[in-house]
Design a protein around this ligand. Structure first.
Ligand code: COA
Length: 459
């Protein structure tokens, strides 16, 4: 207790904070041995890395392995929205030269493919709700700027509660209408947050353009992004495709599960969706796409000859050792909790990146990304001593595609959030309708010894 004497009144000096951290480390650490002893499934994972089954969903299937007599056997990745392969959805949109994000949002929410008329009505409904309430941009976004757009998006969604006349009504009618409003408004919030960030933190001009009702979500995003409001059809279609690929990924991913956990407590739509945004920001989840770009800058600077596999592999080893990159030891854009051999989203984005790189003279950079994808499994096997396949995930190529679309780096994770709002809302609705009011509430085993309370004057 002697150390306590050294504390100043407000716990605000560096010395005091390090003292507090020392206490935290000393009294909060739990040995991995205890996890093993009590058979705790860390990260809600089984020993073979598969997720603990926590629910049932009709919205999406993420398939990355098959179980053969209890053994996990790697398999090519498949992703289906309401039973429809995402590859088929994307292919049909590309071949038909049409936008698909709104159709996918309908599919996820309503459970079936919309007819042409249903889709028209749905699009019009989103178009009517894109603009933010009067004064919202001034009061919520301009007055409280944030260098991080995900942060502004999260608290803007929470703030929308105050503009809703019926925010706590848990009825399906109300939740569906709130969901459409959030899916429509989140891209507008994102672009306003970006403009304010530009003005306040980058000392650049900001522009607030109006959404065009006839435009799709992707077209409006590009219009709101650019000072001259101009974009090409090709750019908007590629952005739309990225939004389709990011719209949904099952019930167990961190942000969707967070949304479901909050929903199961009976809280309001705004709180549940902002939880999803908060989770997605994390670098092990959606934030990994921004981390990929940062990591690639380190690789570009640290590797002299990008075409030399040995040099690239040596740098990847340094990243895994925590001696290069951000020090986390992670090769961002690689690995997945479910996918083993391949992530279908990464394959589609890679193809798109290849095409754009050819057109825009990014071939050298593209080849370096491909080297990271190709060499990581070898490096991984060498360092970890495991030969299980490790594949590129959705985040490896998405940042590069956005870069070639001239979408700034700070928008890559927010773009993910704007797209995923459809999936979060669909899961919130499913949670409300199907779990019969059961709150998600796993158990934690307490391992602290019993202690007799010591009165303050005796410590
Ligand atoms: N770089 C370095 N190490 C990695 C790795 C990577 N890309 N992916 C997995 N590992 C490590 C894990 O940390 C774990 O190490 P440990 O046994 O020492 O704890 C081991 O390999 C086994 O990991 P695994 O169980 O297969 O992966 P996971 O399901 O725990 O993690 C991710 C999945 C996505 C979180 C993980 O692959 C990762 O952090 N990737 C980089 C971040 C990223 O791109 N995230 C986006 C996901 S879409």
């Amino acid at each position: 207790m002697q150390e306590l004497e050294n504390i100043t009144n407000d716990y605000d000096s560096d010395k005091d904070i390090s003292f507090l951290c020392e206490q935290c480390r000393k009294y909060n650490y739990i040995s991995p041995r205890d996890f093993r002893k009590y058979h705790i499934k860390r990260g809600l994972r089984n020993e073979d890395g598969t997720g603990v089954l926590a629910g049932i969903t009709k919205i999406c299937n993420v398939h990355g392995y098959i179980m053969d007599e209890g053994d996990k056997v790697p398999a090519p990745g498949k992703l289906t929205y309401r039973g429809y392969s995402v590859e088929d959805i994307v292919r049909d949109c590309v071949q038909g030269e049409r936008y698909g994000y709104e159709e996918v949002a309908w599919l996820l929410l309503m459970g079936h493919l919309p007819t042409g008329r249903q889709l028209d009505v749905f699009r019009r409904s989103l178009a009517r709700q894109r603009e933010l309430p009067d004064g919202f941009i001034d009061d919520i976004i301009i007055k409280v700027p944030s260098p991080n757009i995900m942060n502004t998006m999260g608290r803007s969604v929470l703030a929308l509660y105050s503009y809703d006349e019926n925010p706590d009504d848990y009825s399906l009618e109300n939740v569906v209408s709130q969901s459409l409003s959030i899916i429509a408004k989140l891209p507008t919030v994102m672009m306003a947050a970006y403009q304010v960030k530009r003005r306040v933190y980058d000392r650049k001009s900001m522009y607030f353009h109006q959404n065009v009702p006839e435009f799709t979500t992707a077209q409006n995003i590009l219009r709101l992004l650019r000072s001259d409001k101009k974009f090409t059809e090709q750019e908007a279609r590629i952005l739309d495709m990225c939004m389709i690929l990011h719209a949904e990924h099952g019930g167990g991913n961190n942000s969707t599960f967070s949304t479901r956990v909050l929903t199961s407590s009976g809280t309001d739509t705004y709180a549940a969706i902002s939880a999803g945004i908060g989770s997605l920001k994390g670098p092990r989840h959606g934030g990994a796409n921004a981390k990929v770009s940062e990591m690639m800058e380190h690789i570009k600077a640290g590797v002299e000859n990008w075409e030399n596999d040995d040099e690239v592999a040596a740098f990847l080893e340094k990243i895994m050792d925590g001696k290069a990159g951000d020090g986390s030891g992670l090769i961002y854009g690689m690995g997945h909790a479910i996918y083993t051999v391949s992530d279908p989203r990464a394959a589609i984005l890679k193809e798109c990146a290849e095409q754009l790189a050819g057109e825009q003279d990014y071939r050298r950079e593209m080849a370096l990304y491909e080297s990271v994808e190709r060499l990581t499994p070898e490096v991984f096997a060498r360092k970890k001593g495991i030969s299980a396949p490790i594949c590129a995930n959705v985040d490896l190529y998405s940042g590069l595609v956005y870069k070639m679309l001239r979408i700034p780096e700070e928008l890559v994770t927010p773009m993910f959030a704007a797209s995923r709002s459809a999936g979060w809302c669909a899961h919130r609705i499913e949670e409300i309708l199907t779990t019969g009011g059961k709150i998600i509430r796993p158990a934690y085993r307490a391992v602290s010894p019993k202690s007799a309370y010591i009165p303050l004057n005796q410590r």
